[in-house]
Design a protein around this ligand. Structure first.
Ligand code: TRP
Length: 456
């Protein structure tokens, strides 16, 4: 088979454009929907601490690795790995790492779209004033009704997939940059407003304590894996999304600084969401561990009871949908880029095919909340199984190999050439990707399999 690298695709207009797009990919449902509910399910503070540690020691170095590899390889993740492996004289089997990523992104988008669909349903509910003055009980019922309705969820899931694929069909750039530029500051503003509301609930300190006061007796081995998996999920790492974005990155940009800015912004959004949600949970006697519905059962209470809540609620869910869109694009871009370069089809055709496949799989998640809720494998329903498989297994595994590749397979001369950081920083980075990140993933995996029994 001909292995000439396909022509280099477009480039970002600037470093800022890359930061915007990568932040757009990182900040999404993972921060606002997933982080709070898994924190609630896993006991709070200690879980948050492990998560933060993973962001700094594993997330940032791997983000640098992915960006650097993408910029050097300049193709979809599969071909990038093929090229870089050849350059380093390593086995062509490394391309399968690219495959793992393409499949992970595809699987994640299938449930991501359903949850983004819930957010769209909440835009409609906010618009018609469904939250206004309502109690926690009514708000919970609103969510229970949505969960019980395959039709309503399927409808919004369909709308979201169509929206995502029509953006992807037009190519990554222009529109994305502009929307993220407006999106991020607005999202920050609304989260601050929600935190301000949380301060008036009388349970603000209790919420903060839950979030930030570690109680290590609450920490299980499974929780540590979830925290680590979420560090990958929230930064969009381990599957080549950032690698694809890195492949559009001009040569003269500091990858290290950029990675830190993105990780910082992403973490800030997640923590703000937690600071808004937990006080509301405690003030209304809701359950912290109520699961994937948590934000939909709490935030509407705030909007229903604050001045200007109609407008703010509407704005919030609109922004959440846009945040989800800018993430969804990066989940499917590797698969679409691969489809185009492999089969030589148009971007439009590739988008339609991928969109249709993801849609079908997503219906499994829709049904897992109602008709199929009793259908389980290892005790997990369809949604939980795909979530576990991707976030807790595929992403950390992908990250493990990406770290090893960047740290040990690539020549230091080449990685240093791309990273362009001083020698000391380079040694720190190289140590983190060569040893710390892979060892952490390995130990956490073995621990969950019961080999060590730490925090069991
Ligand atoms: N990071 C996004 C979020 O937190 C989700 C996401 C987008 C993602 N692209 C990804 C997760 C690639 C893993 C891999 O909502």
């Amino acid at each position: 088979m001909a292995s000439n690298p396909p022509p280099i695709h477009e480039q970002w207009s600037s470093r800022f454009a890359f930061i915007l797009a990568a932040t757009g990919s990182a900040v999404g449902l993972g921060n606002i929907w997933k982080f709070p509910y898994i924190t609630g399910e896993n006991g709070g503070g200690a879980f948050v601490m492990v998560y933060l540690l993973c962001i700094v020691l594993i997330g940032v170095p791997i983000m640098m690795a992915e960006t650097m590899m993408g910029r050097r390889g300049r193709q979809n993740p599969i071909n990038t790995l093929k090229t870089l492996a050849a350059e380093a004289g390593a086995s062509a089997n490394w391309q399968y790492l690219g495959w793992l990523g393409v499949i992970a992104g595809f699987l994640i988008l299938s449930f991501y779209s359903v949850i983004a669909g819930w957010s769209m349903a909440y835009v409609a509910k906010a618009f018609t004033g469904s939250f206004s003055g309502e109690s926690a009980g009514v708000i919970s019922q609103l969510f229970a009704d949505l969960k019980a309705s395959p039709k309503e969820q399927a409808f919004w899931h369909t709308v979201f997939i169509i929206a995502t694929m029509s953006i992807v069909a037009r190519g990554v750039s222009g529109g994305l940059e502009k929307s993220v530029r407006f999106l991020m500051p607005s999202l920050f503003f609304l989260l601050m407003l929600l935190v301000a509301y949380a301060m008036t609930t009388g349970s603000y300190m209790q919420g903060l304590e839950f979030l930030f006061k570690p109680d290590f007796s609450e920490l299980t081995g499974a929780a540590v894996l979830t925290a680590m998996g979420h560090a990958f999920f929230t930064l969009s790492l381990g599957m080549g999304a950032i690698m694809v974005y890195g492949s559009y990155l001009p040569k003269d940009i500091s990858i290290a600084k950029t990675a830190m800015i993105i990780a910082g912004a992403d973490t800030a959004v997640a923590l703000l969401a937690g600071m808004a949600i937990f006080p509301i949970v405690f003030a209304n006697d809701l359950a912290v561990g109520s699961g994937p519905g948590l934000i939909f059962e709490t935030l509407p209470i705030a909007f229903g009871n604050m001045t200007g809540g109609w407008l703010f609620g509407l704005l919030f869910f609109v922004l959440l949908v846009f945040a989800a869109l800018s993430s969804a694009i990066s989940l499917i871009e590797p698969a679409v880029a691969w489809c185009i370069e492999r089969f030589n089809v148009s971007r439009k055709k590739a988008s339609v095919i991928m969109g249709a496949l993801v849609w079908v799989l997503g219906m499994g998640t829709v049904l897992s909340f109602n008709e199929w809720s009793e259908v389980t494998i290892f005790g997990a329903n369809f949604f939980e199984a795909i979530d576990y498989l991707t976030a807790n297994i595929m992403l950390p595994l992908g990250g493990f190999f990406i770290a090893l590749f960047a740290g040990r397979v690539m020549l230091a001369k080449h990685s240093q050439d791309e990273l362009e950081i001083n020698n000391q920083l380079f040694s720190v980075w190289k140590f983190l990707v060569s040893y710390v990140a892979p060892a952490a993933v390995f130990i956490v995996f073995l621990n969950v399999l019961g080999v060590f029994g730490i925090f069991s």
